[in-house]
Design a protein around this ligand. Sequence first.
Ligand SMILES: [Zn+2]
Length: 440
Amino acid sequence: MRGTASVAAVATVACLLAGWASAAAAADAAAPPETIVLKAAHVFDSTGTTLKDGGIVVVRGDRIVSVGGTTPPGARILDLGDATLLPGFIDAHTHLTLEFGKDYYRFMYDRIMRFPAEQALYGAQYARRTLEAGFTTVRNLGAYDFVDIGLRNAINAGVTAGPRLLTAVHGIGSPGGHFDNLSYPPDRVKPWGPIEGICSGPEQCREAVRYQMKWGADVIKIAPSGGVLSESDPVDVPQLTPEELAAIVSEAHKWNRKVAAHCHGDAAARLAIAAGVDSIEHGSFLTEDTLKLMKSKDVYLVPTRMAVYWTDKNADTYPPNIAAKARAAAAAHGNMFKSAMRIGVPIAFGTDAGVFPHGMNAMEFGLMTDLGMSPAAALLAGTRDAAKLLGEAADVGTLEAGKTADIVAVPGNVLTDIHATEHPVFVMHLGHIVVQKAAT
Ligand SMILES: [Zn+2]
């Protein structure tokens, strides 16, 4: 697999520059991979809601060999002490190639002025920060200038450190809608079309999907409803017609791509669900009837509590109409989330990282438990259930024999302190140790 000179050279560069590739990655491919035994006071394997005491996880190469049982002879033992071992966290909603700061207009200016290569360097930094925070798989829901595709490919090649990345290329939406949010006059900035994900009518929207898939989209992101961080559109109105939605979803599903629908408004969500989308992102103004429809059709809610919390807390730093939208969404979102839990809508962890600084993703766990979700349910949303939504459950999301060695350890008992997820002491990705703070 890693037998060629060029691949070995890439692994060495990653080791020197990124410092994350373990010695095992650069070792002679012919040598059998080392067996590593991870020990900790507790294990939450995400196959259920219980925490087991005194467990071990055995890893060889990039795979989990066994969970529990005895230590194989000759294995390297890493004793992480009073900590909880968990599957690597999964964030179903990030924007790894961008990050808003305190100045909204500065961000909009940088979006136009930064060269793609420059954006990529920022993206590499955000990806590393995300991985070091314990997020070993993330879904990237919208980027500009194909920077997300470049970042994903570079991570897969071992050139730079980052989580496993499923990415959407450009988000698809209507002219003037949430994704067409550069309100510069057309003689200053070229208007966007289907290549950039902006489309009118079913045929153009179908074309927009085909373009994103042509360039490597793993998932299709759409904006059927207005958004918070766009200046001109109302937050809760529908922005794609039923015909456009049907064209987008059918085209994406033909290629086995999931469709993630950014929706704050209820009417927009109804249209998106009728068209067959796989998840509703944000969901601020969803009514109980719509939530029941989601439950009956197995449509996931990706609540992005972090984005709601962050834009509300920092509302004063945005232009006035965006501040008003942020406050209105936050006022409605908490009750919607509680209704979704009561009704039993499937919930997958997602944050909208990039709206807030990358690396703070795990705060989402605490924001969900603050609204009455149990710590175990929050952890399942951020591991097993997010893996199901992403279509990656065969490979990640639980600690089980045969799955990818994506493993996190957090201090103490995670079920008694969910905020421990914000301070991982150990992160392993694909069998490589990325973070190791505990004594061994
Ligand atoms: Zn987003």
